[in-house]
Write a protein that binds this ligand. Structure first.
Ligand code: NAD
Length: 353
């Protein structure tokens, strides 16, 4: 079933079980005939299976995608693309694989088809984060926005339950921060609420039955809405903290989002409770931060930075880094305030209502 409700006019977005088998039709529509298929090393089997599906239209497979899009991997992938004379890329995987496809498109302007297998939502944005000499920078460029997104719930059934939950909380974080973004609009609010409602409706069903395709598809709709809103409005404290912790301490992306989210939202809920009230209504709670904490706990999400190997001493360094440069946020960013927030996240404490 096609669904282009949120998509910019030039992005073709479809949801449905088995859609990966229509990649060749999508290539034809784009005027392409030789795809380089991308994946991470652990997902190389899915990439090879897709190559088999599209037959002679598969020009090659590059299974070297890794987290945070290092520029040297992108350079190797572009070389591979040229050596097999590919005219488009198909990324099958999570945000890391999508990131590699975007990095190739940024350098060559080839069209991209993305078949997402997590809820990260990168496929719905024109944003590329890439790492050079250990420093991650982010850019936004129309060439980076994938042309086709095929959400095939069958592929997400292999996402382990723990990663399903953290990846969903990563998506929910985009929508939660969109609710107080300085450049939010009625349309971005609606998109954020659609994303939050989809997860509230279906994530617990997915956790109970990971092969429930209808529930998986609904969560993919949530991922798309949350990703699309991330591409529309600016993010604040939560994303800043996750970026800082990920970059300086090398923490895993989705788990870090899952742990920080209730605390960042509680910090801002003191100042903009009305803007965050929909979170209480959708996830059934009294205050936004505690509501998200309880929701994550019901799903057995990780709750403490110390369980990711962070030491208490590193919290000082993270608080310094996260408050070095000003950025838009509803509540004033103070070094003490952020240090207190990080302490609670380190301990896994429930935010105060
Ligand atoms: P990921 O893509 O690194 O995937 C994590 C691991 O799970 C990988 O080993 C992957 O192969 C595996 N995996 C993925 N799907 C699977 C499945 N269905 N079954 C089994 N294993 C599976 O992680 P992610 O959280 O999807 O993406 C994180 C990256 O995406 C980060 O680098 C982040 O910065 C980026 N991101 C970018 C944007 C953007 O708009 N630019 C948005 C969100 C995330």
């Amino acid at each position: 079933m096609a669904d282009t409700s949120f998509a910019p006019p030039d992005v073709h977005v479809r949801f449905g079980a088995g859609l990966r088998h229509q990649a060749r039709e999508e290539m034809r529509r784009l005027g392409c005939a030789r795809a380089l298929i991308l994946s991470t090393p652990p997902q190389s089997k899915s990439a090879l299976a897709l190559a088999e599906t599209i037959g002679e239209w598969a020009a090659g497979v590059f299974s070297g995608a890794v987290m945070h899009t290092p520029v040297e991997v992108s350079a190797r992938a572009v070389e591979h693309l040229r050596s097999v004379d590919a005219d488009c890329v198909i990324a099958i995987g999570g945000g890391s694989t999508t990131g590699l496809g975007k990095a190739i498109a940024y350098r060559t302007d080839v069209p991209q088809i993305v078949i997402p297998t997590t809820y990260a939502g990168s496929e719905a944005t024109p944003i590329l984060g890439q790492t050079e000499d250990g420093v991650k920078t982010t850019l936004s460029d129309p060439r980076v926005q994938p042309e086709v997104i095929l959400y095939d719930p069958e592929l997400v059934t292999s996402l382990p339950v723990g990663m399903t939950v953290t990846s969903a909380l990563n998506a929910i974080a985009h929508a939660a921060e969109a609710l107080y973004a300085p450049n939010r609009t009625a349309a971005s609010d609606e998109l954020a609420l659609d994303g939050l409602r989809a997860f509230a409706r279906s994530l617990e069903a997915v956790v109970a039955a990971p092969h429930d395709l209808a529930a998986r598809e609904d969560t993919l709709r949530g991922a798309y809405a949350c990703g699309a809103v991330l591409g529309l409005v600016g993010m604040s404290l939560h994303h800043k903290l996750c970026h800082t912790l990920g970059g300086s301490l090398g923490l895993p992306h989705a788990e870090t989002h899952a742990i920080i989210l209730p605390h960042a939202i509680a910090y801002n809920a003191l100042v903009v409770p009305d803007l965050l009230a929909p979170i209480c209504e959708i996830f059934r709670g009294v205050s936004a931060g505690a509501t998200l904490y309880d929701y994550a706990a019901r799903l057995n999400a990780p709750s403490a930075l110390r369980d990711l190997g962070v030491t208490e001493a590193q919290l000082d360094q993270a608080a310094d880094l996260a408050t070095r440069k000003p950025y838009p946020n509803p509540a004033p960013i103070t070094r003490d305030g952020i240090r207190t927030l990080l302490q609670a996240a380190w301990e896994g404490a429930r935010p105060h209502p």
